[in-house]
Ligand binder design. Structure first.
Ligand code: HEM
Length: 457
């Protein structure tokens, strides 16, 4: 039984007493998809909605999620809205592939993300964490949201390309960031698009970006191909270039390698930087928990980490990250469309319906969680990988399309936070609450400044 008495209740948008009127719901879901839910959503297992002729369903129960994301996953595809926004950034990479093409790509990529291979990437995470904390020697007032974005990009670019040049990393990073805050922001046309190319007039900025972005990633890959063979490269690009389909022996083409690299940059940096931000924010709300983590890290300092198993010395840090992923899941909503009519938990769901699985709602569901709005890392004690349990915890998705980078992300986040907390205490400078805002990921409502001060040794 969890004891709520001294628990922190971190900020969340207000829950509405009943359904919002149609237009408020529509614009609300573009502005902040976390602020549209009526109170009853946190009690029910299934709900349906029709908005301006578009049918949607919320699947809000572990059994229903298992049905659509595992048992009958082959019947569900990503709706047109997603490739409209993401194709310019990630091309034909695994995230947007479907059916047999997806199976082929996933088979080729999976061996590169085993714990053994993630262990090989640890030096890249350690180098990125060292870059992160170096800046705190010069300044004690820091925009941690921006710092984590830079650090997570740094970690993924180092892991992919062993890219030591800060200038090169900034160039690629700035391109991605400008896309996400510019042409890549979801628009009203995306919600109503019947196909990837509908409302073509709204896609010009995205196409122009795609040309520049693909040329930039192609140039990095080409430089590596042209380099004299260096057997010391120990990064994801090496693994992707060497990957072979276990059935056919086939390799990834140059365009495919480019698209997979772009996919990993996008999928890996935005999500992990949000996890780092929200975990840090929670620790400012609960200084006792922050102190406990610092003690744990002192007993096994990050400089001693050489293998993935070493991260097992920080069990409390893992619990805090798992709880941060529950309260602020970086991917707050996943959407699918059934290719054929289906029945989910006894409810008929017609072909083309937009089916939502919302970790934001399911992670705060009153039937599945004790004290769902409270920050209580202990709820995960004894459950080191709860996302594999097929329950109500889905920060990495579920079924065959579950996040390929979960081990990568958690290892990176553990190393970043341990390196920071080993040396510094963190607190927000203002008491103004930071509200979560649901877009593609969960953003902070504003970028709070953090006081980062030397921890007493
Ligand atoms: C805290 C960090 C992360 C979170 C919360 C996260 C979450 C997710 C979720 C929820 C999905 C499934 C989306 C869906 O089914 O619609 C997903 C898929 C994916 N993620 Fe992650 N992710 C994280 C980090 C990473 C990293 C570090 C990488 C790679 C370096 C990565 C690569 C991918 C890829 C390639 C897919 C698509 C898999 C497929 O469709 O087969 N992710 N992620």
């Amino acid at each position: 039984m969890l004891n709520k008495a001294s628990s922190v209740i971190p900020p969340a948008p207000p829950v509405h007493p009943k359904d919002l009127p149609a237009l408020r719901f529509l614009f609300g879901s573009i502005r902040n998809s976390l602020a549209i839910w009526p109170d009853y959503s946190f009690d029910i297992a299934f709900n349906r909605h029709t908005l301006f002729g578009v049918e949607s369903a919320l699947v809000n129960d572990p059994g229903g999620v298992r049905h659509m994301m595992t048992t009958n996953a082959a019947n569900y595809v990503r709706p047109a809205m997603l490739p409209r926004i993401l194709r310019p950034l990630i091309g034909k990479g695994v995230f947007l592939a479907e059916a047999s093409e997806w199976r082929r790509q996933r088979r080729l990529l999976s061996p590169s993300f085993t714990p053994h291979h993630v262990s090989i990437l640890l030096p890249h995470f350690i180098a990125a964490a060292a870059d992160l904390v170096r800046q705190f020697e010069r300044q004690s007032s820091v925009d941690l949201s921006a710092a984590y974005q830079t650090a997570a990009l740094n970690a993924v670019l180092r892991s992919l390309f062993s890219m030591p040049s800060q200038e090169e990393r900034d160039r690629l990073g700035n391109l991605v960031r400008r896309y996400m805050t510019g042409p890549g922001r979801p628009q009203i046309f995306d919600a109503f698009a019947a196909s990837e190319t509908s409302f073509a007039f709204a896609l010009g900025g995205r196409r122009a970006f795609q040309k520049r972005w693909f040329a930039a990633v192609d140039a990095v890959v080409a430089a590596r191909r042209g380099a004299t063979h260096d057997t010391n490269h120990r990064d994801l690009l090496d693994l992707l270039m060497a990957a072979r389909d276990p059935d056919t022996g086939e390799q990834l083409s140059a365009d495919e390698i480019r698209d997979q690299c772009a996919t990993m940059i996008f999928a890996g940096f935005e999500t992990t930087s949000r996890l780092l931000f929200w975990a840090s924010y929670l620790l400012t709300l609960d200084p006792g928990e922050q102190a406990r983590l610092r003690d744990e890290i002192a007993s096994f300092p990050p400089e001693r980490v050489t293998t993935l198993d070493d991260l097992g010395h920080w069990p409390r840090l893992r619990l805090v990250l798992l709880e941060a992923l529950r309260l602020y899941p970086p991917v707050p909503i996943m959407i699918r469309e059934p290719v054929e009519d289906d029945v989910i938990m006894g409810e008929p769901v017609r072909r083309g319906t937009q089916v939502y699985v919302a970790p934001w709602v399911l992670h705060r569901h009153r039937k599945h969680w004790q004290h769902p709005t409270a920050f209580m890392p202990d709820r995960f004690a004894g459950k080191p990988s709860p996302w594999t349990a097929g329950g109500a915890y889905l920060p990495f998705g579920a079924g065959p399309r579950i996040c390929i980078g979960a081990v990568f992300a958690l290892a990176e986040a553990q190393i970043m936070l341990a390196t920071l907390l080993q040396r510094y205490t963190i607190a927000t400078e203002s008491k103004r609450p930071v509200m979560p805002v649901g877009r593609l990921t969960i953003l902070p409502s504003y970028a709070p400044m953090f006081r980062v001060e030397r921890a007493p040794s």
